[in-house]
Design a protein around this ligand. Structure first.
Ligand SMILES: [Zn+2]
Length: 483
């Protein structure tokens, strides 16, 4: 198990802080540092990869006795992407090309950039991943890879995407394979389509459910496939270290659309944690409890969702709030040590493999500046660091005990997570808030009552026989035989 903190999102912090910070991180009881390896930054000129800063950071971390998790941000595209790969822009649901721009909290890199269904874009992304993994796979202090940060792929697209020819071709091929031909699809849907080209991708809410749900299901599958593709490229070059990915929030809590009014989303368009965990070495999620007013039951629930999705694979708490959040000119509640310690120990109790704070130092530029640092300026850094040191002492003193610890309690209670219900809810209302609230309600109640439970995804029912009770919160779609 590693406890660490995110450190580098280029170009910050500046080099003059690195050595001293790493010594302080180690002193604080941390053993791991996370670095964002940003494609736009590393390959700012096509084909010319510059890793000088990462080489130095890896070396300094190693000297300080810190391991490193490398987070490959292949979704932050170089500014040259559309010049080198013409016609690679995403197309939104109104038929317009998406004009990419800078990302709100990142200092260098194009978002959303090109569509990864365009082979030219994917080949370039792949080359970035291959070059990065080849360079650091054998680094002595590498602890693992976070292959996809918060499962982002269309951040700031400004509209629903992607309706480019490459994505639509893939959608129709997916339908063809799923239904084994047009006749079967017409039979199942009760339609009279003459060709797959006549089948329009779902567009906006409050339209025909069948086409809308199929489109959303495809969007989820497409993200799952992208996660698997990143993993395959990386695993081929580094079969030794764990490679995971993490979402901002676990799948059952992803509401789509109104969660991000500036960039509307389909239900589960960022993928399904269960499918990703099946293919990767594990799965994680971010949690900023003081920012989003998540109480202990809410935090515990998130960890349970990730653990349920992981099904025995690695659980990473990939971004735990380090210090007070600051967004623009709004300052949120400070992070007290006691709350933060409850998050850590909740993660340890769930058998988490990596606990990574966001982040070590307060951000220094842009909308997140003066926020998030474990050693940040919210007035409580000293108590947080003292508590972390204490935790490290406890972990070291009882190392043997913790090494053998496994969360043993077998759940007899389950909660069904139904992606199809999310798709249907979105198809009508433009978000999945109703099913999310349903799942969250049961999960919070069970967490508060200390009743062990497992979240069961609707297509992966293998452990259902161990359950005495299965809650079906707001279930609108199910197989006629039932789950
Ligand atoms: Zn596309």
């Amino acid at each position: 198990m590693n406890i660490g903190a995110q450190y580098y999102r280029p170009p910050f912090p500046e080099e003059r802080f690195w050595k001293d910070d790493f010594t302080k991180m180690k002193d604080a009881g941390l053993d791991t540092v996370q670095l964002w390896v940003v494609w736009a930054w590393v390959e700012s000129k096509p084909g010319a990869f510059v890793f000088d800063d990462y080489d130095r950071l890896m070396e300094l971390a190693d000297k300080a006795g810190l391991q490193a998790v490398l987070s490959t941000c292949a979704e932050l595209h170089p500014y040259w992407i559309h010049t080198m790969v013409p016609d690679s822009e995403m197309i939104d649901h109104t038929g317009l090309r998406v004009i990419s721009g800078n990302r709100c909290e990142n200092h260098f890199g194009l978002t959303p950039g090109g569509c990864f269904d365009h082979p030219g874009v994917w080949n370039r992304m792949k080359s970035f991943l291959e070059t990065t993994v080849s360079r650091y796979a054998k680094a002595p202090n590498l602890a693992g890879w976070d292959a996809w940060n918060e499962l982002r792929w269309k951040y700031h697209s400004g509209n629903l995407v992607c309706f480019c020819p490459h994505t639509l071709t893939r959608f129709r091929a997916w339908l063809d394979e799923k239904y084994t031909g047009l006749d079967n699809l017409n039979r199942a849907w009760m339609r009279r389509y003459n060709s797959f080209e006549e089948i329009l991708p779902g567009k906006e809410p409050d339209r025909t459910y069948t086409e809308m749900m199929a489109w959303q299901h495809f969007m989820t599958w497409r993200s799952d496939e992208h996660g698997k593709a990143r993993y395959a490229v990386m695993k081929a070059l580094d079969p030794v270290h764990d490679i995971t990915a993490h979402a901002a929030t676990p799948s059952p809590l992803f509401v789509g659309n109104d969660a991000a009014p500036s960039s509307p989303e389909y239900a589960l368009e960022r993928g399904n944690d269960w499918a990703l965990a099946e293919a990767l070495d594990g799965i994680g999620c971010s949690s900023f409890p003081k920012w989003f007013k998540i109480d202990d039951a809410g935090f515990g629930m998130r960890v349970e969702f990730v653990k349920s999705a992981a099904r025995g694979k690695k659980v990473w708490l990939s971004e735990i709030q380090g210090g007070r959040s600051a967004i623009g000119f709004t300052i949120f509640d400070p992070v007290d040590a006691a709350s933060q310690q409850r998050w850590i120990w909740n993660g340890i109790a769930c058998g988490a493999d990596k606990l990574l704070f966001w982040c070590w130092r307060d951000e220094v530029f842009g909308r997140e500046s003066a926020g998030f640092g474990l050693i940040g300026l919210d007035g409580l850094a000293a108590e947080r660091i003292a508590a972390l040191k204490k935790t490290r002492e406890v972990l070291d003193k009882h190392g043997e005990l913790f090494r053998h610890y496994r969360p043993a309690e077998k759940a007899e209670v389950g909660i069904l997570f139904s992606p199809q219900t999310h798709y249907l809810a979105w198809s009508q209302e433009g978000n999945s808030r109703r099913p999310v609230n349903g799942v969250a309600g049961y999960a919070r109640a069970l967490t508060r009552s200390c009743i062990p439970y497992v979240v069961v995804e609707e297509t992966r029912l293998e452990n259902i026989k161990d359950l005495k009770v299965l809650f079906l919160p707001r279930l609108l779609v199910t197989d006629e035989r039932g789950p």
